[in-house]
Design a protein around this ligand. Structure first.
Ligand SMILES: Nc1nc2c(ncn2[C@@H]2O[C@H](COP(=O)(O)OP(=O)(O)O)[C@@H](O)[C@H]2O)c(=O)[nH]1
Ligand SMILES: [Mg+2]
Length: 351
């Protein structure tokens, strides 16, 4: 009965019915039996979309640029799915709410075009949750046949790296006003960027910002040579262990593009840079490599969750609190505590 309902829902998703897509996304976000049933049915239909990540500080113009890009993709005949991630936290609730409202305003303008679907989602404060919910949402939209899927994330550290794991093309937004202050350009941003955008180019200092980014890229060309940097340590280990294929080492020098998202300026240049990146990924074999990295990462994450859940389920609470007390009293060190808990879990496994 339930199973038949899920199948009907998934059929709706595959026919790109908006209500079915919205419902499937909600169920996927809830993470339960429903999510598993839906992903099980939809997964064979995924792996076709071009996945684009857009990251940058709050207010950098990501949502405005996403809107401009979506319009440009539509004009070129591609349907577009958009996932706006809100890493909701007790500290940033206000700003995030504003962001969500702006995105909904955009959604209001776009609703007549069935070729664009926008989903705003919360991460519930956990980075792991963000990565999981994002990859499930990507799979739903991918199965629904959206040719381009854009994921917008607030630049908040590890989350960008997680998102970079989950897409083919990562666009990093910067805004002028930092002058030549290299310190102000966040460490790690160049490593994850496939394309750098200096948005709000109507402001002073845009050309200086482009020059600074170009100079930084010239200093660190090796940072862009592999895709392994896009995988977490766990994912890398999995890829290395399972992979018979050698990672291609093609070189991509991230272009720096100036845009004024509010006036649609520079959007054609950005579209051209995106097309070049897709062609590069396909010709170099990196497209397939990134797919593998993404799947390995997802597998590792889910495996880690499942193992931890299973482990926790057979761990006597009494032993846990005993070990915690010993730890606090410095009677046991953290390594020894882990060994003791593992031994207990393995003991109950064999016994
Ligand atoms: N002057 C100027 N303002 C922009 C530009 N792009 C976006 N904005 C404005 O910057 C604000 C934040 O934009 P938004 O897209 O919501 O940023 P997000 O938080 O990165 O998604 C809005 O008021 C936009 O209208 C631009 O190129 N130039
Ligand atoms: Mg936004």
């Amino acid at each position: 009965m339930m199973e038949r309902a899920y199948r009907a829902l998934c059929d709706g998703v595959l026919r790109q019915e908006r209500r079915a897509i919205a419902r499937a996304l909600s169920l996927a976000e809830e993470e339960g039996a429903a999510a598993q049933a839906i992903i099980a049915t939809l997964f064979p239909h995924t792996g076709r979309a071009h996945l684009i990540g857009i990251t940058g500080a709050p207010g950098a113009g990501k949502s405005t640029l996403v809107r401009a890009l979506a319009t440009a993709f539509r004009a070129r005949g591609s349907t577009v799915g958009i996932i706006a991630v809100d890493p909701t936290s007790p500290f940033s609730g206000g700003a995030i709410l504003g962001d969500r409202i702006r995105m909904q305003e955009a959604a209001g303008k776009w609703r007549p075009d069935p070729g664009i679907f926008i989903r705003s989602m919360a991460s519930r404060g956990s980075l792991g949750g963000l990565a999981r919910a994002t990859s499930d949402a990507i799979q739903v939209l991918d199965a629904a046949g959206f040719g381009t899927i854009i994921v917008e994330t607030v630049g908040a550290g590890q989350a960008e790296v997680d998102v970079a794991c989950a897409v083919h093309t990562t666009i990093v937004l910067q805004v002028p006003g930092m002058g030549d202050d290299i310190q102000a350009i966040k460490a790690g941003i160049l490593e994850i960027a496939d394309i750098l955008v200096v948005n709000k180019a109507d402001r002073d200092g845009a050309d200086e910002m482009v020059a600074t980014l170009d100079a930084m890229l010239d200093l660190a060309p090796q940072a862009t040579e592999t895709t392994w940097q896009h995988a977490t340590a766990f994912g890398k280990a999995m890829l290395t262990a399972t992979s018979a294929v050698v990672e291609p080492r093609a070189h991509w020098r991230p272009p720096v593009v100036k845009t004024i998202a509010t006036r649609n300026e520079g959007v054609d240049d950005l579209m051209a840079a995106i097309s070049r990146h897709v062609a590069f990924l396909q010709e170099s074999g990196l497209w397939a490599a990134r797919e593998r990295a993404r799947l390995a990462d997802e597998l590792c994450r889910r495996l880690g969750d499942a193992v931890l859940r299973r482990f926790a389920a057979r761990m006597p609470v009494r032993l846990l609190s005993e070990v915690m007390a010993q730890l606090q009293a410095r009677e046991i060190n953290p390594y020894a505590a882990v060994r003791r808990l593992l031994a207990a879990a393995e003991g109950s496994n064999s016994g």
